[in-house]
Ligand binder design. Structure first.
Ligand code: 9MR
Length: 732
């Protein structure tokens, strides 16, 4: 195997965030007989598919017509791994490999068969996430229609190697919104430089003519990147056009537009994302060219399907039809709490737009099967998930009737790539939880008021389900999803549900006006607390969702003015953070520890600033939101847009089992408008650990499909992207 040379290490401010770890003492080979010298022992191959020695290589004839990669494999067991140790995995494949994918992994040889590392082009080093004496290396070659011959040689798993020094390619040091600025909006860029004093800058048009000039504003060292930076403010330039560049300190930025319609397509694409996340329905290639696929989890083999899903052993003795809904992320799981906050935000986008009586989100054509049915497309899309959420409620007559199951997903984690309809795993319902039940109560109440004019029967059914759920949660207020229930799907554990109670009560009150729910809102300790944390809200912290709706939706709630003032105060807080931030980001978590899905935290803080603008019409809030978009679209330490298809260099390898182009060129990248989770200081996945250990905040991101902790695509991240893009699209 030809190894990619290590990136040359150059001096300068860009590197201060990444420090090479010292080399370790001995490099030790873990694989026995990786060269297949005279024998294939102790290697194994899938039963019925014998391995033969051929010219010093181990070869198998791979049959056509198997389903999964792992249906045909060569491997070696009893490999030792030491947690925290770095390994280099190299090998040589040959035979008739052209056009056939080989999945080379290091993983657990026993159930649940966790994958610790999956080799991809040019990448061979990883840090073991666990210690194990029963790991394996395996080469999975099944899943193809045609038969072919696969040969393997020179397999090596070298332990004790120094972690690779990874240097991201961050391009020119002038960082801009690579998509577009609004003619009447703020226009800021960031220059990364060693210079301590102001430098001249020039704005050039498409033909290279200087159309504006000025001097930079030195901002010192930015904590979130470790870089010394200057701000460039070219907000006095108002003309539209494309192909502008900014030049400063001898560097020319990536090109960008100035365009009043800058956010029109993003507003739509960010919502179109949800159709291609749908479970239980074929994705129509005519509606999404290049993305058509069969329906997932509809009881057609090899799927075991979501039509009659049992519980985990001992949890219940019924089955539920939980078909439909959106896949949560790059996995095939469906989780009520994360579905809940995502639906809430889409419905909130719709409700804001309809209360303000501008066409906005209510009028967007999402090119979905329901388009043209006289219901706003955004409501049709949210309904796909709402119907699923309602199915997760325990039926009357069963134990815990009215509660909602926390989640439904595969019994074990599956590998990548794996299209939804090919997932062979048993699906299981997990225990009910108070948090899931209150998510159902909140969103079903919201649905009851928003769908009333389109589908009365559904609105009534939703309201009944919401009331039942709320009462069930009151009766079982402390049923928490376990932090240990994380095999085959995420845990989404949460042992504080006062916020979910507050949110659900707020939605039920706004829909019904009933005194009992007003009481619950007013009595909640959260009603007068500052509920706006480092990230305003997320699947685990939902009080702000309730507060924002109490501010938005007309009601007779006593003290509603104070509610609205509390939202403006929160907008002030995020605006102050953005102003203090050299990159203009409204996010400053404690200890500079950027959270999993930081991009969604940033967007949700922007949502609060947008509320500040709606409530006061003060332009500074609007400008804060737009500057936040600049960060997401390229004005950042990595000089990369986090939205697929937007900006000259954008995230495109988000962790997903079906947009796995990086692993199988026959599969697509995520569709345009897909947000990556973004920098995550805790880099929980082994791939990010192998590349980014020691990273500072903004640098804790890598656009690789294996980096599930920094680079996944997820419904609760695209929902805020859609919300904010819709707001930005109004600001011509
Ligand atoms: O977004 C979730 C993040 O807040 C949690 O810290 C993390 C670990 O529990 O899980 C994230 O959610 C993942 C979920 O568990 C499974 N589907 C993919 C989600 C995004 O990575």
């Amino acid at each position: 195997m030809i190894r990619r040379p290590l990136a040359a290490v150059s001096a300068g401010v860009l590197l201060t965030a990444l420090v090479a770890a010292p080399a370790r003492a001995d490099e030790i080979e873990q694989v026995v007989n990786g060269g297949f010298d005279g024998t294939t022992d102790p290697w194994w191959s899938t039963s019925g598919i014998p391995m033969t020695l051929d010219d010093g290589r181990a070869c198998i004839d791979v049959p056509g017509g198997t389903t999964n990669r792992w249906d045909v494999a060569i491997g070696q067991n009893d490999i030792d791994l030491v947690e925290g140790e770095t390994y280099r995995f190299t090998f040589d494949t040959s035979g008739s490999t052209d056009g056939h994918a080989v999945r080379a992994i290091v993983g657990d040889a026993q159930a649940p068969y966790d994958t610790y590392f999956e080799a991809a082009a040019g990448q061979d080093t990883f840090t073991a996430p666990v210690s194990s004496d029963h790991a394996q290396v395996a080469f999975q070659v099944g899943g193809g229609a045609e038969g072919w011959r696969f040969c393997l040689d020179d397999v090596s798993l070298l332990g004790g190697v120094p972690p690779e020094v990874y240097q991201p390619d961050t391009g020119p040091r002038v960082r801009v919104n690579q998509v577009a600025y609004l003619p009447r909006g703020p226009k800021n860029a960031t220059l990364v430089t060693d210079a301590q004093t102001a430098l001249p800058w020039q704005l050039r048009d498409e033909r290279g003519r200087v159309v504006a000039r000025g001097r930079t504003d030195p901002r010192g060292v930015d904590e979130s990147s470790g870089q010394n930076v200057h701000r460039i403010d070219f907000g006095r330039y108002h003309r539209s056009g494309s192909g502008f560049t900014l030049v400063a300190d001898g560097e020319t930025s990536r090109p960008f537009d100035i365009d009043a319609d800058a956010y029109d397509t993003l507003r739509t694409d960010a919502l179109k994302f949800f159709y291609t996340q749908r479970s239980g329905i074929a994705i129509d290639d005519a509606l999404r060219p290049g993305y058509g696929r069969p329906a997932g989890h509809v009881d057609v083999a090899p799927n075991l399907g979501d039509g009659a899903v049992p519980c985990q052993p001992g949890v219940c003795d019924y089955t539920l039809d939980v078909t439909g809904g959106w896949y949560d992320a790059g996995d095939h799981g469906k989780y009520v709490v994360n579905g809940g906050i995502s639906v809430w935000q889409m419905l909130n986008e719709y409700e804001r737009s309809s209360l303000r009586r501008h066409a906005g989100s209510a009028g967007i054509d999402l090119a979905i099967p329901e388009s043209g049915n006289r219901v706003p497309d955004i409501l049709d899309e949210a309904r796909w998930e709402l119907d699923f959420l309602l199915k997760m409620q325990v039926p009357a007559g069963e134990p815990y009737a009215g509660m909602a199951h926390h989640k439904i997903h595969d019994e074990n984690w599956t590998g990548l790539p794996l299209l939804p309809h090919l997932d062979p795993q048993q699906r299981q319902l997990h225990p009910v939880s108070t948090a899931a039940t209150l998510n159902l109560a909140a969103t079903a109440a919201q649905a009851a008021r928003l769908y009333r004019r389109y589908d009365r029967a559904f609105a009534q059914r939703a309201l009944a389900a919401s009331r039942t759920a709320y009462a069930a949660a009151l009766a079982h207020p402390q049923m928490y999803a376990s932090p240990d229930d994380g095999v085959g799907g995420g845990t989404y554990d949460d042992d504080t549900v006062t916020d979910e109670f507050y949110w659900a009560a707020a939605e039920l009150y706004l829909t019904t006006g009933e005194r009992q729910y007003a009481h619950a809102v007013l009595e909640s300790p959260l009603h007068t607390a500052d509920v706006f944390g480092p990230g305003a809200f997320d699947w685990k912290n939902t009080a702000a969702a309730g507060r924002l709706d109490l501010a938005l939706v007309p009601s007779r709630l006593p003290g509603r003015d104070a509610v609205r003032r509390s939202v403006v105060r929160a907008a002030d807080k995020y605006l102050a953070i953005a102003r203090a931030h050299p990159y203009g980001v409204p996010y400053a978590p404690p200890g500079n520890m950027w959270d999993w899905g930081s991009n969604s935290a940033i967007l949700n803080n922007m949502t609060v600033m947008a509320y500040g603008y709606d409530l006061t019409h003060r332009a500074e809030y609007r400008d804060g939101v737009l500057e936040g978009m600049d960060y997401l679209l390229g004005r950042n330490a990595l000089n990369r847009s986090y939205v697929t298809g937007y900006g000259e260099v954008s995230a495109q390898n988000q962790h997903s089992r079906w947009y796995a182009h990086e692993l199988d060129p026959a599969l697509p990248h995520p569709p345009d408008g897909t947000l990556a989770g973004g920098p995550n200081s805790s880099i929980q996945d082994p791939y990010a650990q192998s590349k980014l250990t020691g990273c500072v905040a903004q640098f804790c991101y890598i656009d690789d499909i294996q980096s599930w902790s920094t680079n996944e695509e997820t419904i609760n991240w695209n929902a805020p992207l859609a919300w904010v893009a819709a707001f930005a699209a109004e600001q011509h």
